[in-house]
Design a protein around this ligand. Structure first.
Ligand code: SF4
Ligand code: SF4
Length: 134
């Protein structure tokens, strides 16, 4: 997935965000943030169904427990890090990043499907859209 949004945020993004922060600060100071903001989107929002990518440990796992320690939602049991509580996992991929043995992975089929979906949505760089009250 790292092929998408490579190099962002860049210098231009940072400049735009600094400008946005300045405008926001001004609005806060002026007390102009009480009305709801009207911004585009598909409503009603769909219920979030989660991401079907739940990492699992393979044979290279040495049971060091680092992934269990680093998982932000405690989805990997300390006593058996080869398991993942899929109902608790938020698919953040932290456990894959920290594993010293590269023992954790997600299903290649899901990864390919997710990558194709992202390519469609994020394959070309987009301009920032920042919303403030008028
Ligand atoms: S960090 Fe890797 S090697 Fe260590 S327990 Fe987790 S999966 Fe196994
Ligand atoms: S993907 Fe994130 S939430 Fe899921 S088991 Fe790994 S570290 Fe925990």
């Amino acid at each position: 997935m790292r092929q998408f949004a490579t190099g962002r945020p860049d210098a231009q993004d940072e400049e735009e965000l600094r400008g946005f922060a300045r405008e926001l600060r001004f609005k806060i100071d002026e007390g102009e943030l009480s009305d709801p903001i009207d911004f585009p989107g598909n409503r009603p929002y769909r219920e979030y169904g989660g991401v079907p990518m739940k990492p699992k440990a393979g044979k290279a796992c040495i049971q060091c427990g680092l992934c269990a320690k680093e998982c932000p939602v405690g989805a990997i049991p300390d006593e058996d890090p080869s398991k993942t509580d899929t109902s608790a996992c938020i698919s953040c991929m932290r456990c894959i990043a920290v594993c010293p043995r590269k023992a954790r992975s997600v299903s290649k089929a899901f990864l390919t499907a997710g990558s194709m979906k992202l390519k469609k949505a994020c394959g070309t760089p987009k301009k920032n859209e920042l919303f403030l009250h008028n």
